[in-house]
Ligand binder design. Structure first.
Ligand SMILES: Cc1ncc(COP(=O)(O)O)c(C=O)c1O
Length: 382
């Protein structure tokens, strides 16, 4: 959002610390209001804080999940663990979840990536069986991490059955909606996010599909009390002015006052501009799928968000050569400077991956892109 740039200028000029309200009162008020509005629009009854991106938000969320499941950890540390903790998610999850689990000291044996189904969703039936088997083996199931908008293919997990499992087995329910959460603002997609309100914690990145300046990740939780209990400290050298202080509810102390820039952008442009832009990105993505299909590409079905995946599959090429060809197409188009896009692995195959998260992308860019990709694909396979 262009107004965010102006907001950034103000944030830099003020150079106030966004970590404590007495040092950055405008930032603190903007953050409080921003989080309140985002939570309300997502239909989430909780509050939270701004962090330096989704990676930090998931880190903080899993630390809370651990504190919730193993309360003695705070006093005793690792010796409080009496059984192998287990965290469940689809194999399509963003790598930041693995990283977070490692940072909070859980180790690889705690991570249970489940084979995904469809476009990359968690299979709740297989997951129920896995949790039961883990309980039989004496493990300690701790949390399910769902993704509402996977990075690779834009898959949205079915949240209700996963929330049901969390209730049944008393697990923490964390939702990574860093990329896809923005689409929950669209009326016709809201039903696909049903169950989001049942999360214990939820992360969304304003700097992704809300078009705000980097870095603005949000962590929302229904357990603000736990956050204060876990991260709360008494520091006599920091004045207590009775405001909900971010430095008492999360990992960071000093922070850039990024909320002011995001709030500035929203006040100027309005939520309607944001939702229109999200819808425009989705429409452009469907248009690209159709253009590529017309040119002979196989399209990954059931796309809902702004990620299109496609494959160029000339006959008589073995699977490894086909995978390699997708890599070559992406590299060649990028090398020519026409467009930038990556590939992704899905269900054992390499796919061309196009992700629209830009305010200025237009229909003619899709036409140009489809033509460049098709021409390159034909040249490389002739
Ligand atoms: C689904 C998902 N989760 C988490 C992240 C990490 O977010 P960040 O880059 O803000 O740390 C990403 C980044 O692409 C993502 O797509």
């Amino acid at each position: 959002m262009p107004a965010g740039v102006l907001g950034e200028l103000i944030v830099s000029a003020l150079d106030n610390n966004g970590g404590a309200s007495h040092q950055g009162p405008a930032q603190a008020a903007a953050e409080y209001e921003l989080i309140r509005q985002v939570a309300r629009r997502l239909g989430f009854d909780g509050h939270g804080m701004l962090l330096a991106g989704g990676t930090y938000a998931s880190l903080q969320a899993l630390q809370l999940a651990k504190a919730h499941a193993i309360p003695e950890w705070i006093a005793r540390g690792p010796s409080a663990v009496t059984a192998q903790p287990r965290i469940y998610y689809a194999d399509s999850v963003h790598f930041s979840v693995d990283r977070a689990a490692q940072v909070i000291g859980l180790g690889k044996a705690s991570l249970v990536p489940m084979a995904s189904v469809g476009r990359g969703e968690l299979d709740s039936v297989a997951l129920a069986r896995q949790i039961e088997a883990d309980l039989d083996a004496g493990h300690h199931p701790l949390a399910i991490v769902a993704t509402a908008g996977t990075t690779g293919t834009g898959a949205i997990d079915r949240l209700q059955p996963l929330a049901d499992l969390c209730e049944r087995f008393e697990l923490w329910f964390h939702i990574d909606a860093c990329y896809g959460g923005a689409a929950a603002l669209l009326e016709h997609l809201k039903p696909r996010f049903a169950g989001l309100e049942r999360a214990d914690s939820l992360c969304v990145d304003l700097h992704k599909w809300f078009f705000m300046p980097l870095t603005a990740g949000i962590l929302l939780t229904r357990h603000e009390g736990l956050a204060e209990e876990h991260f709360g400290i008494e520091a006599s050298y920091i004045p207590d002015i009775g405001f909900a202080e971010p430095y008492r509810r999360g990992i960071p102390t000093s922070r850039r006052g990024s909320a002011l820039a995001a709030w500035f952008a929203l006040r100027t442009m309005g939520w309607e501009s944001v939702t229109e832009a999200i819808q425009r990105n989705i429409d452009l993505t469907r248009r690209l799928e159709s253009l590529l299909k017309d040119r002979g590409f196989r399209i990954m079905p059931d796309g809902e968000l702004s990620i299109a995946c496609a494959r160029w599959e000339p006959a008589d090429l073995p699977p490894e050569a086909l995978d390699h060809l997708q890599e070559e197409i992406s590299q060649e188009v990028c090398r020519a400077g026409t467009a930038w896009f990556a590939t992704t692995r899905h269900a054992g195959q390499t796919w061309l991956r196009f992700n629209m998260v830009n305010l200025t992308t237009q229909a003619h860019h899709m036409d140009l892109l489809a033509e460049a990709v098709a021409t390159t694909a034909r040249q490389l396979s002739s």
